[in-house]
Every structure is written in C-alpha cells, then in structure tokens.
Design a protein around this ligand. Structure first.
Ligand code: GDP
Ligand code: MG
Length: 466
C-alpha cells in the first residue's frame, strides 16, 4: 500500500546523503519532496503540513549522535512524527520501534452477563459485516482468552437483501452465534432484544452489525443515534475503506460529530490504496484507527500498530531500530566523558555498571549483534555466555562499597584486596574464583580500552602521527 510513498521517501533520503549535520538549508529540498510524496499518497493537506513541520523541528532539534548519519537521523524524525500522527493514545510510545509494542488501542472488555457492546457503523461495502464476524484474536476477543469468550452478533442491517444470510453464513464459519429478527423488524428493536438475550444468556460481547448507505444521509445517522441510545455501546467503531484515501479521514470526522466514535477500522489495506487514509484518519478526526482489514475474509482483521505502520511506510525498520537505540542511550558528550576516563585510567566499577546497563537497554547482546553488519560470525552460545557473565558481574558490583566502586585498586592492588574479594564473594553468593576472574578481566579491559582510545586519538589528530 505504501510502495509509492516509501520509494519517494527513500529517494529523497538518498539525495540527502550522509552529510555530517542537518541544517535548515540542507533539509529544505528534502522536506519539500517528502511533502509532495505525502500529498501524492493522498494524505490530507493539513496532516501533511503538520508532519513536515514536526519533522523539521525534530531533525533540527535532535542532538547529532556519533555513528548516526544525517540521512538516518532524518528518517528517524519522519518515523517519530508518523507514529505520533497515527498513534491514538499513550499505549504506543514513539520511543519504541519494537514491533511488539501494543496496538493503538484495545477494546472495552465485557464479562458474562455484562457484555461489552460494540457498534459497527459505516458506508455500504466498507467491510462492516466482514469485521463483525471476526473471531481470531482481534475484535471479539478484545484480549479475552478465546475459550472464555461468548460472542453474539446482532444482524441489524435489514435493508440490503441477503445481509442477514451473509452474516449467518459467516457466523457459522467462525462459530459465533447470530441474532436476527428477519428483514421486517426495526433495527433499534433488534439491537435491544439482542442485548437482552446477551445479558440473560451470559454473553460477554455483543457486536451490532448495522446497515450502510452509499452516502451519508440523515436516515442513516438517525438510525445509528437511536441504536446508540437503546444499547449504550462501549465502542462505536466506524468501518472505513482505505481505498478512499483521505476521504476515509473526513468520513470519520463526520460520523464522529454526528454519533460520536471511539475509533475506526480501516479495511482493504491489502488493496492498492496509496496510504493516505492510514496517515490521515487520526490527524483529521482525532480518532485512532484500532484495527485494519488486510484481506477479504474475516480472519484478516488485525490490530493496528502505529509503529509497524510507520516502519512500513518508511520501509526501513532495521536502520530505525539501530538509530533509535544509539540515540536513546549514547549522547556525544557521554561518549567523550567515558573516553577521557579511560585515557586517564579512571574507568571504575560505576562506569562498568553504566556500560553494562547500556548493553541491556539495547536489548540482548545477541539481538544487537544480529542488527550489526559483520557480526554474523558470533555464535548465539557465545552471546548467551557473555550475557550470563555480565549478570554475574553486576551482582558483584552491587555488593561493593561506594569506595571500592570508584577506586578499583582497593580490590586489585591494595594489601587488603583479598579480604575484600572474599567479602564480595560471600555477599554476592559467587565463588571466590569468579570474583577473582572478574577483577583480572576488569584490569585487562581497562588496558585494552585505554590502548584503543589512544590509538583513536592518534588517528584523529595529525600532529600526533608518526
Ligand atoms: P459492509 O457493507 O460494510 O457490511 O461490507 P462487507 O463486510 O459486506 O464487505 C464488502 C466486501 O468487501 C466483501 O466482498 C468483503 O469480502 C470485502 N472486504 C471487507 N474487508 C476487506 C479487506 O480488508 N480487504 C479486502 N480485499 N476486501 C475486504
Ligand atoms: Mg454488511
């Protein structure tokens, strides 16, 4: 869905090149091209402008991080803005590019006899009925374990011929019961009776499938308002078709002001829509997309993850995670401070702890290694062993005194060093041999780091060469 937009953005970034710094001048053409790409993808113009503004502020404001090139930084700013724009609520923070981040929103959860009522609204053919039949891990489950769920679907679309039998076939195929009163009944009455049944028979979820029209009209809105009044839904979700581009966003805004929505379901994202809907819905209507339809069948409904969608738009998930992690944890200044300490032989256990923490916030060592080019040769056993050792070392540092931490010589060269090591072994519940091994590794590490940092200085400062 995002091919065109992705291509446009990556070509902008290529032109941009890995310059050292982003300046107001240097990003101007890039911003202009991205804006055009957004509009070409049928993103609403106000949303596009807000995005561009945000990207500009972010990429000029961000500190330049060592090892992160200007083009990467620009992508990161785009990513953060896109996630915010599509983000809905706090459950998905922009600082988390991991694909396991929670979806934009979860649905209200009911209990047996006190069902959560979900009202589905939308134009004809948007995909309401398909969504209503969903049984796998999304709509009806609403985070409830499958075996505890008891779902009832009310067939309140009485206008379209065959609407009810469509729902009945669908219900049968996913094992969900459908409540209908034929085509002569009043939709409000159907919804009410369905709710009564759901309460009496211990259902925990009631989904009300409603009729659509070709266009928004007053009858449609009135009917929705009346159903809303009658069953007091916990969720009113508008089902919109991604193929309609930014129309989907303005439709969401109109329905919201007429009946009040809790969110949207964006269907047909598997088609060749250009992505404008996904980017625009929340910016225009203020309502989050909660689910996306990715295929013609009911099980193709998925929770909406703003961060995944942003990665898909940019088509650069891997680069992003590296930049994000580096940026979050290592500021330039911090790197310089550490370097100085090493050079002056001041690297102590506090610094070690800090470095260890850095590694653990970057995810497992194995995970970090996989992302880095050229590190494929490190076996996972080696990685696991290294992680274990790091954990042990942290436990030892935890029982050191403040003095010992900031003056490692007390544990290495001092006359009472052995006594101290015995105490640390006892309190950290480690064999003394392990504690001794850590001390010797720590010493070696200091020597190695200081050699590396001196070599680095020589390379950078020509006056010291030769
Ligand atoms: P309703 O009028 O809103 O109830 O729409 P339906 O649920 O009957 O769906 C209309 C058509 O769109 C059906 O043929 C569905 O199979 C199809 N459809 C619904 N959602 C999706 C989707 O996410 N992707 C694709 N490709 N087709 C979908
Ligand atoms: Mg329908």
């Amino acid at each position: 869905m995002f091919d065109q937009l992705s291509n446009a953005i990556s070509s902008v970034v290529k032109d941009f090149g890995p310059k050292q710094r982003i300046t107001e001048e240097s990003i101007k053409p890039a911003l202009k091209s991205v804006r055009r790409a957004l509009l070409d993808a049928d993103v609403n113009i106000n949303v596009a402008d807000a995005l561009i503004d945000g990207v500009k502020t972010r990429s000029l404001g961000e500190q330049v991080v060592e090892g992160v090139t200007a083009d990467q930084q620009f992508i990161k700013a785009m990513y953060d803005e896109l996630v915010d724009m599509m983000g809905g609520d706090s459950s998905s923070s922009s600082s988390s590019p991991t694909p396991s981040a929670p979806p934009a929103s979860t649905l209200a959860i009911g209990s047996a006899g006190n069902p959560a009522v979900i009202l589905l609204a939308g134009l004809q053919g948007a995909g309401k009925t398909t969504a209503a039949g969903d049984d796998e891990a999304t709509l009806t489950t609403a985070r409830l374990p499958k075996r505890n769920r008891k779902v009832l679907i009310a067939a309140a679309d009485v206008y379209r011929p065959a609407a009810i039998s469509q729902l009945e076939i669908l219900g049968k195929s996913v094992g969900v019961e459908v409540f209908s009163m034929g085509t002569d009944a009043d939709p409000v009455d159907i919804a009410e009776k369905a709710l009564e049944k759901a309460k009496k028979e211990g259902y925990d979820t009631l989904i009300v499938d409603t009729a659509g029209r070709q266009i928004i009209d007053e009858n449609l809105m009135d009917e929705l308002k009346n159903i809303k009044e009658a069953v007091k839904p916990d969720e009113i979700l508008l089902v919109v078709d991604a193929m309609t581009g930014q129309e989907a966003a303005s439709l969401t805004a109109s329905f919201d002001s007429a009946v009040g929505l809790t969110g949207a379901i964006l269907t047909k994202t598997d088609g060749d829509s250009r992505g404008g809907a996904a980017v625009s819905v929340r910016g225009v209507s203020g309502k989050p997309i909660k689910f996306v339809g990715t295929g013609e069948r009911t099980p193709d409904l998925e929770p909406f993850y703003p961060d995944r969608m942003a990665s898909r738009i940019l088509g650069m998930g891997d680069i992003l995670s590296i930049v994000e992690k580096a940026q979050a944890e290592v500021s330039d200044e911090e790197a310089r401070r550490m370097n100085d300490k090493v050079k002056n032989n001041e690297f102590d256990f506090n610094d070690f702890l800090q470095q260890a923490k850095l590694v653990s916030t970057m995810g497992s060592l194995g995970g970090v290694a996989k992302m880095m080019p050229g590190m494929g040769g490190v076996s996972s056993e080696q990685m696991i062993a290294a992680e274990k050792r790091l954990k042990k070392n942290e436990a030892m540092i935890a029982v050191m005194t403040e003095e010992e931490r900031s003056n490692p010589d007390l544990l290495i060269k001092d006359s009472k060093a052995l006594e101290r090591l015995i105490r640390i072994a006892k309190f950290s519940d480690m064999p003394l041999s392990d504690v001794k091994q850590f001390m010797s590794e720590f010493q070696k590490m200091g020597t190695m780091m200081s050699r590396m940092s001196k070599a680095n200085d020589k390379q950078q400062d020509p006056s010291m060469a030769g």
